[in-house]
Design a protein around this ligand. Sequence first.
Ligand code: DGL
Length: 257
Amino acid sequence: MNNGPIGIYDSGFGGLSVWRELYKALPNESLIYLGDGANCPYGNLSEEKIRLLAEKSVRRLLDCGCKMIVVACNTATAAAIEYLRAEFSSVPFVGLEPAVKPACLATRTGVVGVVATKRSLESAKFLTTLARYGEGVKVVKAVGEGFVEAVECSEEHTAATQQKVRAVIEPIIEAGADVIVLGCTHYPFLRDVFSEVVGDRDVRIIDSGEAVEKRVESLLDEFGIRADRDNIPRYEFMTFADEEYRRGLESKALDIK
Ligand code: DGL
């Protein structure tokens, strides 16, 4: 048993989509969310820069006594998870990866779309996953241009954002995809927009939220670090940006929970 908090880290607001899954499934676990904010978006940064930012963030969470770290950012996972696991070898880490495997298993047309950041799509980690699970499936990759910025600015529901989503996913659907993977933790906040653009076409939108939550539970058990059943959880929100940004994280979390 361990009543210490689980640390959840992202470049900004996106990891709150993972925070929500953990909040719902693990009601007695304390959660500390760190949304960098000062360096968001990560999508076009170099791998080296992202590794440095991830290390700084993880140190901050560990200084707060976190017993496990969830890197709730596909881009940071791709760039840094191996480095973080080696650097902090006694800490259990959970990373985020685009849900390529379930998508490839689910497709009936044999065409899958993956929308993510440029850095994620170009990463060795993603290309390895693709080679492992994408055999016999055509995978159409696309960068979600402007999606992260829309979520960061709370512009999920504007006409301009819908236009951006349409511009990215229409070509994927035209290529025959019946499953589209949201390969960035910011994108689940655009799920309604994706659904509107898809309309009544037979296309499933999937993300990694549920799989990550299951992985967190299995590591809590493996390390014997679940919180007591009667633990009263606390929820904290931190950032390297300013207090207004921090409050934004907190109020978005309250909104979605
Ligand atoms: N939420 C992030 C991800 O899952 C990062 C987006 C960004 O900062 O570009 O990839």
